[in-house]
Write a protein that binds this ligand. Structure first.
Ligand code: N01
Length: 530
């Protein structure tokens, strides 16, 4: 039978797509990447808002597959800012000569499985159908920006931005009255910098969020040298933690230690900065009473930082800690001490409309020259559902996922042979440091394709029973945590009409990797190879 033009088509040139391409090419596969943007970097290509940076430390938010790469690349800050991460993605693309197999400005609109040929037909906005034996969706978990609708409409005539679709040229807010809608991770990073520049900033907050200080700064060359002296050891330690981050996750329970010990631990983690805070005590994600101790601690910190008690109260989250994603900030709460910043609570009284001149809340108009939507993303399923993906018998993935995503290990789907997702729903993905978990998926997929090739198989497809069992297991594990007790994008509750399903796998990276390895050891258990 004639071979298709490509062994594999990879969709997306972010960190997942770049490494997938590199890996497949090294194995002698003919692979092509189709990328909607005009450059590499994925998330870091699109999210260029002021203050955008990764809140996982740069020494960890980086590839480990190539020792020379991780030795030679020097990070400048404890947490790398978006321009530096984008430079890193560019460097990787150049270093491994990846761009010759990437088509930019090529947004994929459909992927249809041709059963007779056992091939995928992939079409881009440009229209040209391409054929490949396998399709690998490296489309990112948080890549489709969400702009909400407002009950009485949107006629805003000023300049508008979305944090996830920021212009490439410098945006100036000097002398401008700026509004920001949202107080998630993106807003928490952007607000302090916009406040410094704008004439006035009005923040529209629907849900107050927990945020801990980053304590960012230049990366100590000695720290960098020490880590590089034995980089694999750090990576190894990270891979043993649930979030795949080299942090100390405490084994003690918050409710089993004295109030003084708890306070000491929280203070130490607050002083350390960043996600280390989440590992203070083992029962915080599971036990509401334990969770309340950390809630109280952070609310206390907000009261210390914010001068006006009423504003401090409005900024104090009341939901479960760690239910929504924890934010990591630089001067976020202190920004509300500035005279040019107004906080508008839109929880009880939602935004009614965007008028031509600003935002209308509770009958009052807030006049604005520019409006920033920091309103998040249709996460995990949004990007895939916007591509017309059809598997066996023309069945649409969107229909299959009508009641929530269904995958086997977040890697494959019953009814969709030879289609893989990198960090798809049902995998730890967004609950982890994405770089190493991307690498784990890419390597699993690459090994799988090598196995198929060397054993003369043409197709692989998740078995429905295995998929059902994994979906049930994913839901069951999520149900044992407090993560399902609030509204969050993990549950799809930020998007009108989206089914309420906890989408990532919360059982932790080590347990997940073990399962993936067992599947392989048992001859791709739960998959059908033919
Ligand atoms: O988006 P979000 P994000 N009226 O969905 C509000 C990653 N990330 O872009 O909470 C008023 O968290 C909404 O309110 P509510 C990270 O995983 C990583 O900030 O739904 N408000 C919320 O406050 C993160 O979790 C980094 O009540 C409305 C905000 O908009 C994920 O990306 C940096 C509204 C959206 O917050 C998404 O973060 C940045 C409405 N109609 C982001 N609709 C790193 O450092 C929505 N909101 C790696």
């Amino acid at each position: 039978m004639e071979r298709p033009a490509f062994d594999a088509i990879i969709v997306g040139a972010g960190f997942a797509g770049l490494y997938m391409l590199h890996r497949l090419r090294r194995m002698g596969f003919r692979a092509l990447v189709l990328e909607a943007g005009s450059g590499v970097g994925g998330t870091w290509y699109w999210n260029r808002y002021p203050g955008a940076r990764c809140d996982i430390e740069s020494m960890q938010y980086s590839y480990q597959f190539d020792e020379a790469l991780q030795q030679e690349w020097d990070w400048t800050e404890r947490y790398a800012a978006q321009p530096e991460i984008l430079r890193y993605a560019e460097h990787v693309a150049e270093r491994f000569d990846l761009k010759r197999d990437i088509r930019f400005d090529a947004r994929v609109t459909s992927a249809v499985f041709d059963e007779a040929a056992a091939e995928w037909i992939v079409t881009t906005e440009a229209g040209d159908p391409l054929r490949a034996g396998f399709v690998i969706m490296a489309t990112g978990c948080i890549s489709t920006a969400n702009t909400p609708a407002f009950p009485s409409g949107d006629n805003f005539a000023g300049v508008r931005y979305h944090t996830g679709r920021w212009p490439h040229e410098k945006v100036s807010f000097k002398d401008k009255r700026v509004g920001v809608i949202g107080t998630g991770s993106s807003a928490v990073q952007a607000i302090p910098l916009i406040a410094e520049e704008a004439d006035h900033l009005t923040v529209f907050q629907r849900t107050a969020n927990y945020s801990v200080p980053a304590h960012n700064g230049p990366l100590d060359p000695e720290v960098q040298r020490r880590i590089k002296a034995d980089y694999p050891a750090l990576r190894q330690r990270a891979s043993k933690t649930r979030a795949c981050i080299d942090l100390v996750f405490g084994t003690k329970k918050a409710l089993e230690v004295s109030a003084e010990e708890r306070q000491r631990e929280y203070e130490a983690r607050w002083a350390m900065g960043g996600f280390g805070f989440t590992g203070a005590f083992a029962d915080i994600p599971l036990d509401l009473e334990a969770n309340r101790t950390v809630q109280d601690f952070i609310r206390g910190k907000i009261r210390e930082i914010v001068h006006d008690p009423e504003i401090a109260q409005r900024l104090s989250p009341t939901n479960t800690f760690g239910c929504k994603r924890l934010c990591v900030d630089t001067n976020y709460f202190a920004t509300y001490n500035r005279p040019n910043v107004t906080l508008v609570d839109v929880s009880a009284t939602p935004i009614e409309a965007l008028t031509s001149s600003g935002v209308k809340v509770g009958g009052r108009d807030y006049a604005l020259d520019a409006l920033v939507f920091a309103t998040g993303f249709d996460a995990m399923t949004g990007t895939l559902n916007r591509i017309d993906i059809r598997g066996r018998d023309g069945a649409k993935l969107k229909d299959k996922w009508e009641d929530g995503p269904r995958t086997y290990l977040g890697l494959g789907m019953a009814g969709f042979p030879n289609l893989f997702t990198v960090t798809g729903p049902g995998s730890p993905s967004v609950l982890t440091n994405m770089l190493p978990t991307i690498e784990q998926h890419v390597e699993w997929i690459a090994d799988c394709l090598a196995h198929l090739r060397s054993n003369g198989f043409r197709t692989i497809e998740a078995a429905r029973e295995a998929e059902d069992a994994w979906v049930d297991h994913t839901a069951e594990v999520a149900g044992t945590t407090l993560r399902v007790t609030c509204n969050s994008w993990y549950l799809g509750s930020n998007i009108a009409g989206k089914p309420r399903v906890f989408m990532p796998y919360v059982g932790g990276f080590p347990a997940y990797v073990q399962k993936c390895q067992e599947v392989v050891a048992k001859g791709y258990d739960g998959f059908r190879l033919s």
